[in-house]
Design a protein around this ligand. Structure first.
Ligand SMILES: Cc1cc2nc3c(=O)[nH]c(=O)nc-3n(C[C@H](O)[C@H](O)[C@H](O)COP(=O)(O)OP(=O)(O)OC[C@H]3O[C@@H](n4cnc5c(N)ncnc54)[C@H](O)[C@@H]3O)c2cc1C
Length: 302
């Protein structure tokens, strides 16, 4: 017999936690499922750990700008120590989050979730059933489709680095590349951002222009209008080639970081089995509808 719930939430990040608690508070039988440690991207692999690093980078920047204005001496970022400090924020999260779900009366499951029918989910072989599901599975780095992309490290891996190599290249000119490049630069590394579109295109462009100028003034190299074509290993490092208006440019670095965009993390869920049009492209959106569609904000009378 499958364990039965009113609501099963896939994902324990910020997107999944809110409806889980809300529906539990409304008296529903609720379960959450995650294949990774509980807490999601923001708390474990995104906003929060990044803000610890950005905080140190900010301090180093202030210190540099205040030199000769009442502040003197050296402000040096020790990367290993900073990483240790970061872990004091992230390490307790999974256990704390799971305990909090359980205290609220929410059932907790671990493992990859996959639909086997519109009402049933398989979690690592165990079948769970529910009237409603919230899919809050987050995002993952998109495939770039260039030879050598297996050499890219993800933002998650960057946030776990024990040491920073002296030279780092970031592919993509979005906020992850910009923030990490600024942090890396303040920590003493050379950083290059290689992007094919307008930098930070979804942000306020007057501010972006000022940020781009400041970024360059720090010695961060910006290669824009540059379409990455290959990444190849060369000795202990990598060579990235990019096509810039017909010219081939190269960037050498000890690490190449993926900042080239993220896509919905729904592929493994087998949304087709739940009759949900698949945003990853395997079904036609809207072609088949689930038995009952409810906006998450309206679930359980919220
Ligand atoms: C480096 C970085 C920095 C960021 N900085 C900021 C910031 O400063 N400010 C900001 O607002 N946003 C920031 N973001 C974005 C923010 O982290 C996300 O928008 C947010 O975490 C999304 O929350 P979510 O709950 O939708 O998904 P997530 O937090 O990603 O949670 C999804 C969960 O679903 C689980 N899951 C996925 N598929 C399955 C499956 N098949 N079975 C079981 N479990 C599954 C995953 O393991 C994961 O734990 C950042 C992101 C990154 C990567």
């Amino acid at each position: 017999m499958a364990e039965t719930f009113d609501l099963i939430v896939i994902g324990t990040g910020s997107g999944g936690s809110a409806p889980a608690y809300r529906c539990r508070a409304a008296g529903w039988r609720v379960a959450v499922v995650d294949e990774l440690p509980y807490g999601g991207t923001c708390a474990l692999r995104g906003c929060d750990p990044k803000k610890v690093l950005v905080g140190a980078a900010d301090l180093a920047d202030w210190h540099r700008r205040m030199q000769g204005r009442g502040v003197s001496g050296d402000a040096h970022i020790s990367w290993p120590e900073l990483m240790q400090f970061k872990r004091t924020f992230t390490d307790p999260v999974p256990v704390d989050r799971e305990k909090a779900f359980q205290k609220a009366g929410i059932a907790t499951y671990h493992g990859p979730a996959r639909f086997v029918s519109p009402e049933r989910l398989s979690v690592d072989g165990q079948v769970l059933e529910a009237r409603h599901f919230v899919i809050a599975a987050g995002a993952k780095p998109r495939r770039l489709g260039v030879p050598g992309e297996e050499h890219l490290i993800t933002s998650t891996a960057f946030l776990e680095l024990d040491q920073l190599p002296p030279r780092i290249a970031f592919v993509g000119a979005g906020y992850i590349s910009f923030e990490f490049a600024h942090v890396a630069r303040r920590a003493g590394a050379q950083a290059s951002i290689v992007g094919r579109r307008r930098p930070l295109q979804h942000f306020e462009q007057d501010l972006v222009t000022r940020l781009v100028d400041y970024t360059q003034s720090l010695g961060i190299e910006l290669r824009l209008d540059a379409d990455v074509t290959t990444i190849e290993q060369r000795g202990a490092g990598y060579r990235l080639r990019a096509n810039t208006q017909g010219r081939t440019e190269t960037v050498d670095a000890g690490l190449v970081v993926h900042g080239g965009g993220r896509v919905p993390n729904t592929e493994a869920l087998d949304l087709g089995a739940a009759n949900i049009g698949n945003p990853a492209g395997r079904g036609r959106a809207g072609e088949r509808v689930p038995p009952e569609r409810v906006e998450p904000a309206r679930l359980c009378g919220g």
